[in-house]
Design a protein around this ligand. Structure first.
Ligand SMILES: [Zn+2]
Ligand SMILES: [Zn+2]
Length: 338
């Protein structure tokens, strides 16, 4: 079978590997059918991920069909359509015991620390797979994983319909959070430096759009919120200055969600947090959100088909990456078909 392997930064090869076989009685063999391309896959490809190790098969937004199951697997049957959970945790550490397994002390993420799903077949434990209805298209199914991340953000931010949410950055994560927050009934303001990205935000129901290159962002947010500031600020811009700006835009007793992986310090004062009791919370991956997101998809709570703009055969990975990296090309989610 073929697998898409990043041998080392900037060296992505299509390699031949034997089809994996079931090694444990709780394993499942899945024929991969589709994989979404995530910004983090692109970072791992270029060596700009601070956490990835090499060589690595990338891809963590994966859907496929169950082809073989171990003797102790009761949750799945042959022919089931499934999506893959990239998060693996130990179940034993403090974080796992308090129900925060997505920040397990022995956390392993498929496509980052261990091989991901851009391969024609993959063997994983049954607990890493979630069954989906067969009427979901494969490309729709790959959107489930990114929405687990968006749901985690909304859950960390405790978003309700009362909230006035400022989403900084209209990239894929910012836009998924927007869709989820709109489903919860929140008022959402979205900023970006690119008008074409803001157009997507408008399409997905943003209540106000802010182009940060030609607008005073803080003043605009204060105007929109009658001088209070947003109750929640999501920093999906993840630049060196964006967390500082998030604190300027949040109201007293509000929540700021940090999503960046930059390791440079930012100039945030103690006063800006303490005086107004701001909660700054990180949000990473997702914490057991697959069942909730699959339920959202089944209920039709989230329209995702309009987010998918390009499809490639997985063998054309280099063309797909070239499209993603061309700033002149408009695109939403790019999906690889296997
Ligand atoms: Zn991702
Ligand atoms: Zn753990």
């Amino acid at each position: 079978m073929k697998a898409l392997l990043v041998q080392a930064p900037n060296q992505l090869e299509i390699v031949e590997r034997p089809i994996p076989t079931i090694a444990s009685t709780t394993d499942v063999l899945v024929k991969v059918k589709a994989g979404g391309i995530c910004g983090s896959d692109v970072h791992i490809y270029h060596g700009t991920s601070s956490v990835a190790t090499y060589p690595r098969v990338i891809g963590h937004e994966i859907a496929g069909i169950v082809e073989s199951i171990g003797t102790d697997v009761s949750s799945l049957e042959l022919g089931d359509h499934v999506v893959l959970d990239p998060v693996m945790n130990c179940g034993q550490c403090y974080q796992c015991k308090i129900g925060r397994g997505n920040v397990c002390s022995k956390l392993q993420v498929r496509s980052v620390h261990i091989d991901g799903g851009y391969q024609e077949w993959i063997v994983v434990p049954a607990i890493s797979l979630y069954k989906i209805p067969k009427h979901f298209s494969w490309e729709e199914a790959v959107m489930i994983e990114p929405f687990t991340v968006a749901k985690q953000v909304c859950s960390r931010a405790e978003i309700t319909k009362e909230d006035r949410v400022f989403i900084m950055g209209a990239g894929p994560l910012g836009l998924s959070v927007l869709k989820m927050a709109k489903f919860y009934g929140a008022t959402c303001y979205v900023s970006d430096i690119m008008d074409n990205k803001l157009e997507f935000a408008k399409l997905y129901g943003a209540d106000a759009l802010i182009n940060a290159t030609n607008t005073n962002v803080k003043e605009t947010i204060l105007e929109l919120t009658q001088g209070d500031g947003a109750t929640v600020v999501i920093d999906a811009a993840c630049t060196n200055k964006s967390l500082e700006q998030a604190l300027e835009c949040v109201c007293a007793a509000g929540r700021v969600i940090a999503l960046g992986f930059g390791n440079q310090p930012t100039g945030i004062s103690q006063l800006s947090i303490t005086a107004r009791e701001i909660d700054i919370r990180g949000s990473r991956l997702h914490n057991n959100k697959f069942p909730e997101v699959i339920a959202d998809f089944i209920a039709g709570n989230l329209e995702v088909k309009d987010m998918i703009t390009h499809r490639f055969n997985f063998m054309d990975i280099h063309q797909a990456l070239a499209l993603i990296e061309d700033p002149k090309k408009e695109k939403g989610k790019v999906v690889l078909l296997f």
